[in-house]
Ligand binder design. Structure first.
Ligand SMILES: *Cc1c(COP(=O)(O)O)cnc(C)c1O
Length: 944
């Protein structure tokens, strides 16, 4: 018998380099085996003793089959629970060509705007839609979820309302329960007062900093809030309205009622329920608050030819610049989901959205009519889509009767049931719901929204919201935008600290299956067995990988994992009666989110200096520990450091902090350098966050979604995030609106671990080290590598130092980043963690050919810098400063530049077949910040 030949293992699809390439790269670095290189690079002191043991690697077919089995353990239902989550139809053209299209989902946050005009336009559409619907002039391009958006609004009100800074925050009792929990949790950490009050009865007494209203309330009640808002403002408070955007197509918007801030979820604009996330939230503010707005903001500026161009505005507010003084810790947000919502609005237009709203409202009215005909009392006769009914003693029976018909209702309490209609609701479903109450279906009669609550103003009048109504138009619009961008489907994205690796199709497939995508976060446990099994399994695998005892996948970004971990540390110190421990040591080189998160956890940041070799300055560390010994809460260290090097003595650092009574937070965003080789939970960490959207293959989505699990040792387990919807104010402060955060994207990471197995994951780490060291070795003569560890090796990324070249020639790291676009590349990380440098992280997924293409581009760019040095052209007129070059410029009749057109756009012969032309030239960021425009510009602006 001949053996059946085995097919290629997935690990060989995930890792880019073939065996011969690995050998060639090793040779270039000066090693004969991968293990020798790894043994030299990774300090023995932190190496894990035993190999990583997980499941055995499985094929793509086996993994997808296993996911099918798990999915089958979830039960789909008609979801009418509401409470902030509503069923919706994702238009198939958007599902396939955005959610399932790598051109959209593999893009990075648009920090390099010239190669991001497509997604920036989509996000600007999002902002314009939110501004119009809320009637407030400035909206950001997404927050993480509604509850945390309200928390951000509360913090914004506290920052901005200097006159009433000592007052309390008043929350509408009809706000979503998870919102109330998240705000109270933040208040607990920061020590401010929150009062939950029935605002239908008016404002409570006392000094008030800010008020949060919900429109419609969780009960469904729609109220005229203008008088309340006026009274609050009269008393010096700021006002936030958490509003449902679909309802605002019918209702007077918060901006017209005098609100300062509006926030909410845009989930029901075509984003699946996903068992609670990922969904985009929005925030819009009145004029004067825009510079305090958290999150990303897209603005309009001009490029070098004067053409309007989009870019991220006001970045100076963000945590990577302002650190502990930032407006928020949010970095990764929900870009992909915001894009889906914006495209839903583009597809339906203002009339379409209004029709969808009227349909949901009509079905709610029909149900209300049926129930009141049957003598059932309603909590409010004025509602949009949600009817809450009083059925004394029989609420559970009603919910059970509906469930028997495949319909989920909201069990409010023993006497009360909530029913939310949505876009997908049908007459038949309403009849079944009525029957569950023991009522008979009826035509809607009465329950109209009162005239004084109705919206009279137009919205979404920009042509973008009326130009793409046929599917062909929509398809081409999506394609046109994505073609303007460089994502991983076209080129490596060598962004240090971001780990832009393969997002394999087999990993991506399951997330849009209805058994995962259509599950409501508050569906009964009996319907979510598969989800919980997958989550428990993933958490267990992550615990094994990191060496921690407990993992929670609730945080929906790295920043949120940081906050969760620091809150756990805070809770731990408090539980031991050490409330005074509030100092958080953070190295100067840390990611900006670290400092911003520490502040949100109620801690004071003390910066620890960096030594000449890039490691922590131990003398400074000792001094700071001694100075703050009594009050030391924690140190936050990134490992390997943001300098891309394995610190030899990380154990000593951890010991010193522990000895002083502090806890050690290890930022695990760089886990791609550790998996299978070393475990933060073993070499000194008490708690870490990981970024599944880096190391574990969740695509970056152009700026989100993300998952930032928090992993901790057993002594911190009681302080891990609890369930916001059921939180009792205990030590388990919840961090996200929904219990399992961005559950919808977890099948991706689950599949990755399953496909790779322990050996495969370890092999990936080793290949990532090799790729980074290969880049470092090949480019060191052209751009010196700033920091190296043992044997002159780096970890999974390397910093190329441009500063000396800049001093000599005037060519900046930014010039090199922009020039790379002409070579078809996304730039490396620019000026982080060291100004004037580029940080390169190739990841294990790139093959040697692609890495060489990048190296060749960098070497060619170095030659151009030498041309500047040699006086061939002044830096201001060099191809570097003029980069990137558009087709318009290159093909224009005028060409007066001191270098040939061919050098401008085809600096390497290999570019001839596959040339990427950026749609705009270099964008003037500062001009856009001075003259802030954050909504879609009129079409005429583009006609010059
Ligand atoms: C990416 C990153 C973060 C933040 O993660 P987000 O998901 O963007 O919030 C924190 N620390 C480090 C070192 C990172 O690289």
């Amino acid at each position: 018998m001949t053996a059946v030949p085995s097919t290629a293992a997935f690990v060989d699809r995930h890792i880019g380099a073939r065996a011969t390439e690995t050998d060639a790269m090793l040779k270039a670095v000066g090693y004969d085996t991968l293990d020798n290189l790894v043994d030299t690079a990774v300090p023995a002191a932190i190496r894990q003793d035993a190999p990583l043991v997980l499941n055995a690697a499985q094929s793509e077919q086996e993994t997808v089959a296993a996911l099918r089995k798990i999915a089958a353990k979830n039960k789909t239902a008609v979801q009418m629970i509401g409470q902030g989550y509503y069923d919706t139809h994702t238009p198939p053209v958007i599902l396939r060509n955005v959610v399932e299209d790598p051109a959209w989902y593999t893009a990075y946050t648009p920090y390099q705007p010239e190669i991001s005009q497509g997604r920036l336009e989509a996000l600007l559409n999002f902002q314009t839609m939110v501004q119009d619907l809320t009637a407030l002039p400035v909206a950001n391009a997404s927050l993480l979820d509604e509850a945390t958006a309200v928390a951000e609004a509360v913090l914004l009100m506290r920052r901005s309302n200097k006159a009433k800074s000592e007052g309390k925050i008043v929350l509408d009792a009809d706000a979503l329960p998870q919102t109330i929990a998240i705000v109270k949790g933040r208040a607990k950490a920061l020590g401010f007062e929150v009062e939950v009050a029935d605002l239908a009865a008016g404002l409570p007494d006392g000094e008030i900093t800010g008020v949060v209203l919900q429109q419609p309330g969780v009960s469904g009640a729609v109220r005229d809030q203008s008088a309340l808002i006026a009274e609050a403002k009269e008393r010096g408070a700021l006002v936030t309205v958490a509003a449902d955007l679909l309802a605002l197509t019918l209702l007077t918007p918060p901006g017209e009622q005098g609100a300062d801030i509006a926030v909410g979820s845009v989930q029901r604009f075509g984003v699946p329920l996903f068992f609670g996330g990922p969904h985009a939230a929005y925030m819009a503010v009145r004029k004067g608050l825009e510079r305090s707005l958290p999150g990303r903001l897209v603005g309009v500026s001009k490029d070098s030819a004067g053409t309007p161009a989009y870019r991220l505005a006001l970045q100076t507010r963000e945590q990577h610049i302002r650190r502990e003084k930032a407006t928020s810790n949010i970095c990764t947000a929900q870009a992909l989901l915001a894009i889906v919502a914006s495209m839903y609005a583009v597809y339906h237009g203002p009339e379409g959205l209004k029709a969808i709203a009227l349909r949901a409202h009509g079905h709610a009215r029909a149900l209300a009519t049926a129930l009141s005909n049957a003598g059932i009392e309603l909590v409010s006769d004025t509602f949009f889509d949600t009817v809450t009914a009083r059925v004394p003693g029989r609420a559970a029976d009603v919910v059970a009767a509906a469930e028997a018909k495949g319909i989920n209702l909201r069990l409010v309490d023993a006497d009360t049931v909530g029913v939310s209609a949505d876009e997908t609701t049908t007459d038949a479903v309403i009849a079944d719901v009525a029957a569950a109450f023991g009522a008979e279906a009826a035509e809607a009669a009465g329950f109209e929204l009162p005239a004084e609550l109705l919206r009279t103003s137009d919205f979404m009048t920009h042509p973008v919201f009326s130009s793409y109504r046929s599917e062909t138009q929509m398809l081409r619009y999506l394609r046109r935008l994505s073609d303007r961008d460089l994502a991983l489907d076209r080129t490596m994205i060598p962004l240090g600290s971001c780990t832009m690796k393969l997002n394999a199709t087999a990993e991506m497939q399951a997330m849009t299956w209805p058994e995962f995508a259509s599950i409501h976060p508050f569906a009964p446990d009996s319907q979510t067995e598969g989800w919980r099994e997958l989550i428990e399994d993933l958490e267990a695998q992550l615990a094994t990988i990191t060496g921690y005892d407990q993992v929670s996948i609730q945080p929906n970004a790295g920043s949120q994992g940081e906050l969760a971990g620091l809150l756990a540390i805070r809770g731990y110190h408090h539980s031991r009666g050490e409330e005074q421990r509030n100092i958080c040591l953070i190295p100067a080189s840390a990611h900006g989110t670290n400092a911003a998160s520490a502040v949100l956890a109620g801690m004071k940041v003390v910066v620890v200096g960096t030594a000449g070799d890039g490691a922590i300055d131990h003398a400074d560390l000792r001094a700071k520990i001694d100075a703050h010994r009594e009050n030391l809460a924690a140190i936050m260290i990134t490992y390997p450091s943001t300098h891309g090097v394995y610190d030899d003595d990380v154990r000593d650092v951890c010991d010193a902090v522990h000895e002083a009574g502090g806890q050690v937070y290890i930022d695990g965003a760089n886990l791609n350098a550790l998996v299978g080789l070393a475990q933060p939970g073993e070499f000194g960490g008490d708690v870490s966050h990981l970024n599944l959207h880096k190391t574990f293959c969740i695509p970056h989505g152009g700026g989100g979604p993300g998952v930032g699990p928090v992993a901790a040792k057993a002594h911190l387990a009681p302080f891990m995030p609890g369930n916001a919807a059921a939180w009792d104010g205990g030590d388990d402060i919840p961090i996200s609106a929904s219990r399992f955060g961005s559950a919808g994207v977890l099948p991706i990471s689950w599949a990755y671990v399953r496909l790779m197995g322990g050996d495969g994951l370890t092999a990936a780490t080793k290949s990532a080290l090799l790729a980074a060291n290969y880049v470092a070795a090949r480019l060191n003569d052209y751009f010196p590598v700033l920091y190296t560890g043992k044997g002159g090796l780096v970890a999974h990324e390397c910093i190329l130092d441009l500063r000396e070249l800049t001093a000599k020639t005037g060519v900046t790291a930014e010039d090199v980043a922009k020039r790379l676009v002409d070579y078809g590349f996304h730039a490396p990380t620019l000026s982080f963690p060291v100004a004037g440098t580029l940080m390169v992280e190739p990841t294990e997924s790139e093959d040697q050919g692609e890495i060489d293409r990048f190296i060749d581009a960098m070497i060619a760019i170095r030659a151009e810098i030498d041309q500047v040095a040699a006086g061939d052209f002044p830096v201001e007129e060099s191809p570097l400063r003029n980069a990137p070059h558009t087709a318009t410029v290159a093909a224009g009749n005028e060409w007066t530049r001191p270098y040939p057109r061919e050098q401008a756009v085809f600096p390497l012969k290999t570019l001839r077949m596959d040339k990427y032309f950026p749609p705009v030239g270099r964008i003037d960021g500062a001009a856009g910040d001075r003259n802030l425009v954050c909504s879609c510009p009129p079409i005429e602006d583009f006609e010059n």
